[in-house]
Write a protein that binds this ligand. Structure first.
Ligand code: GLN
Length: 196
């Protein structure tokens, strides 16, 4: 099927997600009729089979979701959501920061900036449950961790501090940035999972 993938383009690392999804689609054998485009308004979202919520600043993205009247449309979006870093924060049910109004699409509590100042950024080779092949080389940038999960949540990876990758039905969320580098296995897995 021709895929239409939207990347929420309110703030954050949007172009990296567009490039990663284009590469994943190409590797999966999709032709030019599959598209990856920026989502800024409810009408853009209505066109998509899947949505990526990128990393950036979750407080800012949350505010702009409200301003652009995207809160309810994203909450009722029927497609899959691929969320990274600040995106993971937004997918949670509990964030503990009043500046973020989480979408509540994945039952989990997250701790923003969980690695503190000393380890604002780091890289790690992660064993991701269900991912074929080698460990995934993960880049963490002021990353959150998941501190607790509710029903229906599958843990895909953890580090010492806590859970860093989760799946629930059509949705996947990562503390790190799978869109950096050219390993598209997680993007491809997500797309296959939703029938693309
Ligand atoms: N610390 C940021 C936040 O909570 C997320 C950082 C990122 O997306 N790279 O919004």
């Amino acid at each position: 099927m021709d895929a239409k993938i939207g990347v929420l383009a309110l703030q954050g690392n949007v172009s990296e997600h567009i490039d990663a999804f284009l590469l994943a689609l190409e590797r999966m054998g999709h032709g030019p009729s599959s598209e990856v485009f920026e989502v800024r308004r409810p009408a853009d979202l209505a066109e998509c089979h899947a949505l990526a919520i990128p990393g950036g600043e979750s407080t800012t993205i949350s505010r702009l979701i409200g301003k652009n009247q995207l809160y309810e449309p994203i909450r009722s979006f029927p497609g899959g959501i691929f969320a990274t870093c600040a995106g993971m924060v937004l997918m949670a049910t509990e964030v503990g920061d009043p500046r973020v109004r989480p979408l509540g699409l994945m039952e989990m509590a997250v701790d923003r900036n969980a690695f503190g100042r000393q380890r604002e950024s780091f890289e790690a080779d992660l064993a991701v449950d269900g991912l074929n092949g080698d460990a995934f080389h993960a880049v963490f940038i002021r990353a959150p961790v998941v501190t607790s999960i509710g029903t229906g949540m599958r843990v895909l990876a953890r580090v010492e501090k806590g859970i860093v990758a989760v799946e629930k039905g059509k949705h996947m969320a990562f503390s790190f940035h799978p869109e950096l580098g050219n390993d598209t296995r997680l993007h491809e897995w997500f797309l296959k999972n939703i029938g693309i």
